[in-house]
Design a protein around this ligand. Structure first.
Ligand code: KG4
Ligand code: ZN
Length: 381
């Protein structure tokens, strides 16, 4: 191909921007419909609004997220959520510099609702649309609070993901290891379901664990002593099910099961964190920052266990405030703003971006992981 012709396989980006950027973010990949407006100026973040509508009530009778119900609920409330975020921010659409929406990974119905809402606003207001990877939102969420420079080690623990990553810079993520079966949040949710504790499981298990004995049951610590950073949680949930079936479930026994389950999770995450910290080099003279993000990062016992590991390496554990551990739109707006500032937004304004229900944070790993590879194949719909 003559060099004067554009090469369609190389994305063209807008130029980097040094002026203050005001971005509307939209999140709808699972069971939260959220919208937020954020301003990024000289690397400083100001959150102008942050609206989160959870669908807990809609899904509670089924003890889990029902994709069809989630999609309908997003469709019913997306416009009102965005309107509330704009009103709280006290700005009009013409004041925005861009509109960012989660474009995957997640439940396709919800992702499409958020993307279509975002694209419609972007087009009507004549602003660029920014298709955001939800995992990148979690990965950058500690930066909503300020002081968390690159590079840092990240443990991303949510309902659908559990992975260690090296966050080297914006858009530069290296996956070091991940769960080979259930995500940690999924293990909390399934454990809570089998114990009849309702949904979502994480907060319920954590609450009961406080009055339980973590040594009452010796549950397995899967893959903990295996080299590498891959993890496994499916067996742990099965062990809880077996123990729960042995005797009638009294209040104390329930609490003991929760405490013992949570202790096993803490041990596995701490053991793997130690290995990850051993291999992490922040650069000469730099402080080690170990970030835990995603819904499970709300868990205080897990935070404490990880804090101990970070401290053993002279490092700092950084965790977003609870509101920004679980799904939110502030983190999506932040990705949009940081990408725009760095000149990493599609030059076309990205209205042609497709939803990607499976979208790995580090594209390189897609070729290694068959699950990701399958998702990628049919993803750019
Ligand atoms: O990040 P998130 O809001 O959604 C996903 O992207 O998946 O994470 C939701 C997950 C659920 O599995 C929920 O049970 C778990 O985070 N979670 C917790 C706690 N709070 C939420 N897990 C353990 N302890 C908690 N306190
Ligand atoms: Zn999430």
């Amino acid at each position: 191909m003559p060099s004067s012709l554009p090469n369609p396989s190389v994305p063209a980006y807008m130029p980097p921007m040094t002026r203050p950027l005001t971005i509307l973010g939209i999140e709808s990949s699972c069971d939260e419909t959220a919208a937020a407006v954020l301003r990024l100026e000289d690397g400083r973040v100001t959150l102008l609004s942050d609206v989160i509508h959870t669908q807990l009530e809609e899904h509670a009778p089924y003890q889990g997220v029902v994709p069809e119900i989630a999609a309908r609920a997003h469709a019913e409330i997306a416009d009102k959520t965005v309107a509330a975020a704009m009103k709280d921010a006290g700005i009009s659409y013409s004041d925005l510099d861009g509109v960012a929406a989660t474009s995957g990974p997640g439940l396709i119905g919800g992702v499409l609702v958020g993307m279509m809402t975002g694209k419609a606003i972007a087009q009507a207001a004549g602003k660029p649309f920014i298709a955001v990877n939800h995992l990148e939102g979690h990965a950058l969420s500690p930066r909503l609070g300020g002081d968390c420079p690159f590079p840092y080690l990240l443990l991303l623990v949510s309902g659908g993901h559990c992975q260690f990553l090296e966050v080297r810079g914006l858009g530069d993520y290296k996956r070091l290891g991940s769960t080979i079966d259930d995500a940690v949040g999924e293990a909390f949710d399934k454990t809570a379901k089998l114990l009849g504790l309702g949904f979502p499981g994480g907060p319920a298990v954590e609450r009961l664990a406080k009055s339980g004995d973590p040594k009452a049951f010796s549950f397995p610590r899967p893959l903990m002593n295996r080299p590498g950073l891959d993890m496994s949680f499916a067996g742990l949930k099965t062990a809880v099910a077996r123990a729960a079936a042995e005797e009638p479930l009294t209040e104390q026994r329930l609490a003991d099961l929760c405490a013992s389950f949570q202790a096993a999770v803490c041990d596995v995450l701490a053991g793997k964190a130690q290995r990850a910290l051993e291999g992490f080099d922040p650069g000469e003279g730099e402080t080690i920052r170990f970030v835990v993000a995603g819904g499970v990062a709300s868990n205080q016992a897990i935070r404490t266990a990880l804090e101990t590991e970070a401290a053993a390496f002279g490092g700092l554990l950084v965790a977003p405030p609870l509101r920004h551990c679980t799904d939110n739109a502030a983190m999506i707006a932040l990705v949009g703003a940081e990408r725009m500032a760095a000149g990493l937004v599609d030059a076309t304004g990205d209205l042609g971006a497709g939803a990607r229900p499976r979208w790995p944070l580090d594209e390189a790993s897609a070729t290694l992981d068959p699950a990701y590879a399958t998702g990628l194949k049919g993803a750019k719909a």
